[in-house]
Structure formats: C-alpha cells, structure tokens
Design a protein around this ligand. Structure first.
Ligand SMILES: NC(=O)c1ccc[n+]([C@@H]2O[C@H](COP(=O)([O-])OP(=O)(O)OC[C@H]3O[C@@H](n4cnc5c(N)ncnc54)[C@H](O)[C@@H]3O)[C@@H](O)[C@H]2O)c1
Length: 330
C-alpha cells in the first residue's frame, strides 16, 4: 500500500541521506520534503530524486503555520520525520534566537498541525510523528568515566542548541502524553558521512587540510564523541518509524568513541594516504584554540533498547570513513 511521508529538513546532511534511502527502499512511497533552505540546506543533496514522480519538494519554514497547514491539507501525510533544525552549537552561542524559533516553535507547529489533521482524517492509530533529537539533550559525561546515557538518564543540556533541541524533544513527549499523539523520538550521537555542511568537525578538517590552512582544535582536543555513520542512523530512523512503539524514545549510538584530536589524526593519516602528500604537511596545521564556552566533554549512548525493539545495530561502524573522505576530496 502506498504511504505519504513528510520529511522536514531533507536538504540537510542527515535528512538528505534519509530521503535517498527511503526512495530506494520503499517503491510505493510518496515523499514530501519540506525545507526552507537555510545556509545548511542544499538542493543538490537530493538531486538524484528531484525528477522522481514519487517526490515533492516544498520550500517552506516549519515555524510558518499556514504553510505547514497547506502541506498537510494537500498531501495528508501519515508519517512525519522532523529533522529540520538549526544544528550548529557555535552558531547557537553567537545567536540563540533562531534556534528557539526553528527548534522549539517550529517543532510545536509541526506537532500541532499534524495532530489536527490526523484527528480530522481519523488516522491517529496508524499515523506516526518521529522527532529527530540528539544525544546532546543529556549534557555530558566525565572523560574518565565509562558510563553511557540510557533513555531514562536525566535531560541536562548545556548549549542554546541542545536546550532548544531538548525543548522540542519535551514538547514531542507532551503531545503524546496530553493528546495521545503517536510520537516517537530518536536521540543519536554525532553523525559522519557525505553531504555535511563544512562547518562541522570532519568536513571542516578535510577542507582546511586540503587548503593548507590551520586546523582549529578546541581546548585540549580531548573531548570525546561517539561517531555514527549517517546511513546507519537513517536505517535506525526507518526502523523506529515503522517498528517503534508510540511514546517511546530510542538512543542511536555508533559505539565509536573517539577524542576530537584522535579523530583529526585518523582523518589526516587517511588523507595523506589518499593524496600521497606527507602526513606531516597536514598535522603541522593543527592549531589548538581557546575552548568553546560550555563545551561538553564526553557523550556516550547505550542503544540496547533500540536493538531489542528493532534488531538494529550500527553495522558500518568507522569503515566508511575513507569513502567519506573521498566524497569531500572529489
Ligand atoms: N549532525 C549530527 O551529527 C546530528 C546528531 C544528532 C542529532 N542531529 C539532529 O538531526 C537533525 C538534522 O541534522 P543535520 O546535521 O542534517 O542538520 P543540517 O544543519 O545539515 O540540516 C538542517 C536542514 O534543516 C533545514 N531547516 C533549517 N531551518 C528550517 C526551518 N525553519 N524550516 C524548514 N527547514 C529548515 C535546513 O535548510 C537544512 O536543510 C537536526 O534536528 C539535528 O538536531 C544531528
């Protein structure tokens, strides 16, 4: 049976990967991509499906209620995957306002319009609203600990970005509890892969190294992130959307904890192998800069609940790092 799925933020890094995967895996799908195209949204990220009759692009803001209502009234999506967000921590420190507008108000508008339309269409039992949250809502862990966050760990976000994401996450939970809406939440760790805007650590490091420019590293470089290949995350999102229990939160961790400085060395080593340049030419560009205010030390996720519920695991681990590198070089 054909299904109509609304994806927000589908021209960004993870949303575009999800769209390409969905269009391949679900032949009967009608997919609507609602994206306002901020600096981080790139239509080329989904150019492979742009001419597909099963695909519709709508340029609109998730916080623009009439625009969102028009999409629901015209297409009646019964699956929603809400990626759209301002996503860069540094930008949230420089200017938090737009983070509150998009990540909090935008999420509430999406939830509310979906709820009203699904009530009218009498499809609340079969519909699903999946909010893409982040491990950053938990705050951080000490570097020396081996603890991991579970879905029942307290919410204690640190930056304006993670606070705004946590507010959207809690609003999603409120719509389930208060209105009985069939919502789901995934909280994933740091993703890596192709099509990421080059302000984030991996593409930024590659870009700077290739240009012979200094590679900035915050503080002592020992902050630890749990890296997840973007395609693994999109498989998890698909599994949660189709097999997850409404009202449930699922952690999605890569199980690859690396300090920022170790990751940069790994990348530069691989880059030297690819380009044939001496590794030292790249590593000498590493420049420690004053730490990001409030910089989280370590994230680590326990994804047991997701594996038990859906059979998912992070099968690709760090092996696609070389392919990722090629994508940015070429
Ligand atoms: N990248 C990661 O490692 C990571 C990890 C955990 C969670 N997340 C979450 O996953 C989601 C996607 O992250 P990403 O890295 O792909 O982000 P991204 O910044 O690459 O893309 C965001 C997309 O949302 C669109 N957008 C922004 N504001 C909008 C608005 N007001 N209306 C409509 N569209 C808007 C942008 O144009 C862009 O296409 C976000 O919700 C983010 O919080 C990301």
């Amino acid at each position: 049976m054909s299904e109509t799925i609304l994806v927000t933020g589908g021209c960004g890094f993870i949303g575009s990967c999800f769209i390409l995967q969905q269009m391949q895996q679900h032949p009967d799908i009608h997919l609507i991509n609602l994206d306002v195209l901020t600096y981080a949204g790139n239509p080329d990220n989904v150019k492979e499906v742009a001419g597909d009759p099963r695909y519709t692009f709508v340029q609109a803001d998730v916080a623009d209620r009439p625009a969102v209502e028009a999409v629901f009234a015209q297409h009646h999506p019964t699956l929603v995957v809400h990626f759209a967000a301002e996503s860069h921590v540094d930008r949230s420190i420089d200017g938090p306002d737009v983070f509150v507008r998009t990540n909090v108000l935008g999420t509430q508008v999406m939830l509310d319009v979906a709820r009203r339309q699904w009530k009218e269409d009498a499809c609340m039992d079969t519909a699903r609203f999946l909010y893409i949250s982040t491990d950053e809502v938990y705050g951080d862990l000490p570097i020396e600990s081996t603890e991991k966050f579970t879905e029942s760990s307290p919410i204690k976000p640190s930056s304006p970005y993670s606070v705004a994401k946590a507010a959207g996450d809690l609003m999603t939970q409120a719509y389930h509890r208060t209105y009985g809406m069939p919502t789901l939440i995934t909280r994933s760790s740091n993703n890596y892969g192709p099509r990421q805007y080059p302000e984030k650590l991996i593409p930024l490091t590659i870009k700077k190294a290739l240009a012979g420019e200094r590679i900035p590293v915050y503080g002592d470089g020992l902050n630890v992130r749990d890296w997840l290949y973007v395609e693994d995350n999109c498989h998890a999102i698909d599994a949660v959307l189709r097999k997850g229990a409404p009202g449930t939160i699922y952690n999605v961790g890569g199980g690859n904890e690396l300090s920022n400085i170790d990751l940069i060395h790994l990348l530069l080593h691989a880059l030297a192998q690819q380009t044939g340049e001496p590794e030292e030419d790249y590593t000498k560009l590493i420049t420690f800069v004053p730490d990001r205010p409030g910089h989280d030390r370590r994230y680590a996720l326990d994804s047991t609940a997701l594996s038990h519920a859906t059979g998912w695991s992070a099968i690709r681990s760090m092996s696609p790092l070389m392919n990722t590198l090629d994508w940015y070089i070429l």
